[in-house]
Design a protein around this ligand. Structure first.
Ligand code: SF4
Length: 375
């Protein structure tokens, strides 16, 4: 029996698909190369952007013919998109050939839902759950091993669905993370460890015996072995000096920080509920540049947030020029149902967002050319 997993979204989801693969292999399935040869197809979905949800719907819809040909094919949908109860219900109603729809917290029980399919279709969305420590991962990303250090987010940026679909921040115990890294390194094939969390700088605050993220970094660096360490994603409000110092002083940590700014304008940052100002953000960037010369600095930006004026967008452009990022990801704002920003007045026209995103990407291109000495 073969399985095929379709993954959408961020690195957290890519890593979660490694867990799905482990569950399926424990049930006796082998990894298939195409969905046509699969006995079970799992869609691990993303809810961050509208486009990702549309693609999921399109791709799931396309499986109708396959299910007609092969009645035993099992189709399962999980991930952030299905954590929203209304979306999960709609998926079940619209696509009667889907066998399993579960939420993010139900994932460790995927095996049980698969076994139960013979008794009927499975739909279950738990409101919350702990990080599962029981299943190992079938790692699939070459020399890099992803290590999840926490789940959820407490920040409630007004455009973001993550706190609603991943719950509040929950950190893994320090000793569990250290043991996982030791196990990974024992295998001898991994040269890079990447720590994952929606907001890694908040790591450890919720533990019974709180630990700082900087502490975690130092503890991992003490582990013997020839490896590099990196992490994502950081929130500027939580990126403390001790983390910058750890990156500066620990040889094993990659000299690279991804620090999403999202906007360069203070009114828009406040509307986004980012809890820092342009000035504060630049202060952190200057600290990084002073303490870690040659540090690679990258960022994310959202253009066309509700009510964003041309002048406010121009502030984002000047921020990008001032920081001289090594690379940026620029996205057009897209409303996510259930978030505060989706209900805001003053939504920006698509063509304006399109123009702004292209302007930002052009600025980035010019920065790269300048860095490479081309212009
Ligand atoms: S920090 Fe903001 S953007 Fe990032 S996951 Fe949390 S709510 Fe979403």
């Amino acid at each position: 029996m073969k399985y095929f997993i379709v993954t959408y979204g961020c690195q957290m989801n890519v890593h979660e698909s490694e867990k799905i693969a482990t569950i399926l292999e424990n049930l006796g399935y082998e990894c298939g190369q195409t969905r046509e040869e699969a006995d079970i197809i799992v869609f691990n979905t993303c809810a961050i952007r509208e486009g990702a949800e549309d693609r999921v719907l399109g791709n799931v819809g396309n499986l109708k013919k396959m299910k007609k040909k092969n009645k035993n094919l099992i189709i399962a949908v999980c991930g952030c998109m299905t954590q929203k109860e209304a979306t999960a219900q709609k998926l079940m109603q619209t696509f009667p050939f889907i066998d399993i729809v579960i939420g993010t917290f139900n994932l460790p029980k995927l095996g049980d839902y698969i076994q139960a399919v013979k008794t009927g279709r499975q739909l279950e969305i738990w409101e919350e759950g702990d990080i599962d420590e029981t299943l190992p991962y079938k790692r699939t990303s070459g020399e890099n091993a992803w290590v999840n250090i926490m789940q959820g987010c407490n920040n409630f940026c007004t455009y973001c669905i993550v706190p609603y679909v991943r719950g509040r921040e929950k950190s893994r115990k320090l000793e569990n993370i250290i043991n996982e890294v030791k196990e990974i390194l024992k295998e001898g094939k991994y040269k890079k460890i990447t720590l994952l969390g929606q907001n890694v700088n908040s790591y450890g605050k919720d533990l019974e015996n709180p630990v700082s993220f900087a502490n975690l970094l130092h503890e991992i660096c003490k582990i013997d072995g020839d490896f590099t360490l990196s992490f994502m994603t950081s929130h500027p409000k939580d990126l403390t000096d001790d983390v910058i110092d750890a990156v500066a002083s620990e040889e094993k940590i990659e000299k690279s920080i991804h620090l999403p700014a999202q906007s360069g304008n203070n009114r828009i940052l406040a509307l986004m509920n980012r809890k820092y100002t342009r000035e504060k953000y630049l202060e952190i960037i200057n600290k990084i540049k002073n303490k870690i010369p040659n540090c690679r600095i990258t960022s994310d930006f959202i253009v066309g947030f509700p009510t964003e004026t041309e002048e406010e967008f121009a502030d984002t452009c000047t921020l990008v020029k001032e920081v001289e990022y090594d690379s940026i990801f620029a996205f057009m704002y897209s409303p996510r149902e259930g978030t505060v920003a989706s209900k805001m007045e003053g939504q920006i026209e698509e063509q304006v967002k399109n123009r702004r995103v292209n302007t930002l990407l052009q600025i980035e291109k010019e920065l790269q050319m300048k860095k490479e000495g081309i212009c």
